[in-house]
Design a protein around this ligand. Structure first.
Ligand SMILES: Cc1cc2nc3c(=O)[nH]c(=O)nc-3n(C[C@H](O)[C@H](O)[C@H](O)COP(=O)(O)O)c2cc1C
Length: 209
């Protein structure tokens, strides 16, 4: 089949986008409201943007034209934590995804403990083996889209001992991390095979274009 995206409905575009841009890593985002209420929800429109400065992005949709709790809290405090959702947290992560009202504390709802970030005003999932503490760098409204792009600068990375570093580096062993990724609808992907390939060595003369 071939489809021109301008001729599709929003629902059809969503179906193609979320089933073809896969597997998407899941930012399980924890925030606190101005009034002090904890919030936790997963977001798979999530990506690496830059290492220096250390930037990640997340695209948050609106709920019937109103900011989701996560986005509202991020606008209020300029702070959030990205908890990397792992296999043992899959059920809790899904539980936290309900479209609950702002009064619901998803940490309680999913039976999770929180701890306080060191560098930003946000809680994180205490049991999560990898956490990125983020300060808002930019909030970008996307013309014609119900989504808002949040770019966060990672000020601090927390890694549990269960995720070892490759000796002599700060590469975390992603296989030990066991992250979960989203496909479409209710489907998730686990890490699976991790083949290693050496890149071609290209012998370029000094000064060659
Ligand atoms: C695995 C998963 C990934 C999701 N990714 C996104 C996303 O990228 N953007 C978004 O707006 N909602 C996403 N959602 C839906 C939100 O998690 C859901 O709307 C949640 O209730 C928002 O919570 P909040 O109002 O507390 O912020 C996702 C849900 C699941 C289960």
């Amino acid at each position: 089949m071939i489809r021109v995206t301008a001729e599709l409905s929003p629902r059809e575009r969503y179906q193609l986008l979320t089933s073809l841009v896969v597997p998407r890593p899941i930012a399980w985002i924890s925030t606190r409201s101005e009034a002090g209420a904890r919030n936790l929800a997963p977001f798979s429109y999530f990506g690496a943007v830059s290492a220096t400065p250390f930037l990640v992005s997340v695209s948050i949709g609106s709920r019937a034209g109103v900011d989701k709790d996560t986005l509202r809290n991020i606008r209020q405090t300029g702070a959030f934590c990205v908890n990397v959702a792992t296999e043992r947290q899959l059920v809790a992560m899904n539980e936290s995804a309900g479209e609950y009202g702002p009064e619901v504390d998803e940490f309680d709802r999913a039976g999770l403990q929180s701890a306080e970030a060191q560098t930003v005003a946000a809680p994180y999932v205490a049991d999560c083996p990898a956490v990125l503490e983020c300060r808002v760098s930019q909030i970008v409204e996307l013309p014609g889209s119900p989504n808002t792009l949040v770019i966060g600068e990672v000020l601090c990375v927390r890694l549990a001992d269960e995720v070892p570093l490759i000796p002599g580096t700060l590469f975390a062993d992603s296989r030990a991390l066991q992250p979960v990724a989203r496909l479409w609808g209710d489907l998730y992907a686990l890490i699976g095979e991790t083949p290693a390939l050496l890149r071609p060595v290209v012998d370029r003369a000094p000064g060659a274009p």
